[in-house]
Design a protein around this ligand. Structure first.
Ligand SMILES: [Cu+2]
Length: 283
């Protein structure tokens, strides 16, 4: 069964490949083809292309890749795919989206405002040269950047999902953790059972992106042990804000003792949107 993050990774690869293909086609057919046209024909053709390309099918790929790349990067945090996707996101955001938004689009808008019917032959020649000399190199940049993006995404796909990024630099890890926990946590310590009396413990396993069992019933004073049996990183955050653990990797355990009766809903911060949630009913 493909997981949500795998399906998303495939969608990311597809949208980035579509964008690389689009700019590749520009570089080896549209740009040289239009380059041979006389000035008036060149401007009219470029104006028409620039108007037509602003359609939902184009934006689905162009904006789709911009949204899916960081989302996939986030979902693959803790796996060996993470850094390739992070690099792909930066290359696409700067080299493809950034270059297009800051470079090609302003040129397109200026060209669109130019009227070939009222301009003189010299004005048309100057307009064409000014546009073409700036636009073509920018297009080459985004073609290369989009191809590099695809190479990085494909490399990420080839990394086995089970490979953990063991040597994650501490600074990056800390920054990401701080980001995860900043909004929700009140304290970051993992609770320990009291030293003098070992209370009974109930185990909940974290597999894939689920808690098993999802709902447990325990008497007050029971310690719950969440054991990470999957390859991803997980944590436990109580919805009432009374407990928020740090992220743990495979084989590590999160412990928390429930001393008061009530219904405690909790979730895993990185996988909350995928429905990684559970309930502890304390009698
Ligand atoms: Cu999780």
């Amino acid at each position: 069964m493909p997981t949500f993050s795998t399906i998303l990774l495939a969608a990311t690869a597809t949208t980035t490949a579509l964008m690389a293909g689009l700019f590749y086609a520009y570089s080896c057919s549209v740009v040289p083809g239009l380059g041979r046209l006389p000035d008036t024909g060149y401007i009219a053709a470029m104006q028409s292309i620039n108007r037509c390309i602003q359609n939902p099918v184009f934006f689905m790929g162009f904006m789709g890749a911009l949204l899916l790349l960081p989302l996939s990067t986030y979902l693959q945090y803790g796996s060996g795919r993470f850094y390739f996707l992070l690099a792909a996101t930066i290359v696409y955001a700067v080299g493809v989206f950034g270059v297009t938004a800051a470079g090609n689009v302003p040129l397109n808008n200026a060209l669109d405002a130019f009227n070939v019917h009222t301009a003189s032959t010299e004005e048309i020649a100057r307009q064409r040269a000014g546009f073409e000399n700036a636009w073509n190199p920018l297009n080459t940049v985004r073609t290369l950047a989009s191809v590099l993006t695809v190479i990085l995404v494909i490399t990420a796909c080839l990394v086995p999902p089970k490979t953990l990024a063991v040597k994650t630099p501490v600074a990056i890890k800390t920054a990401l953790l701080a980001g995860f926990l900043f909004f929700t946590s009140t304290h970051l310590t993992t609770a320990r059972p009291p030293a003098h009396r070992q209370p009974p413990a109930v185990t909940v396993s974290m597999k894939g992106m689920r808690f098993y069992p999802k709902t447990i019933e325990i008497p007050a004073g029971t310690t719950v042990e969440w054991v990470n049996e999957s390859d991803g990183w997980h944590n436990v955050v109580l919805e009432d804000g009374s407990f928020s653990s740090s992220l743990v990797k495979k084989g590590e355990i999160i412990r928390y003792t429930f001393s008061k009766s009530g219904t405690y809903r909790y979730y895993c911060q990185p996988h909350r949107i995928m429905g990684m949630k559970g309930v502890v009913v304390v009698k």
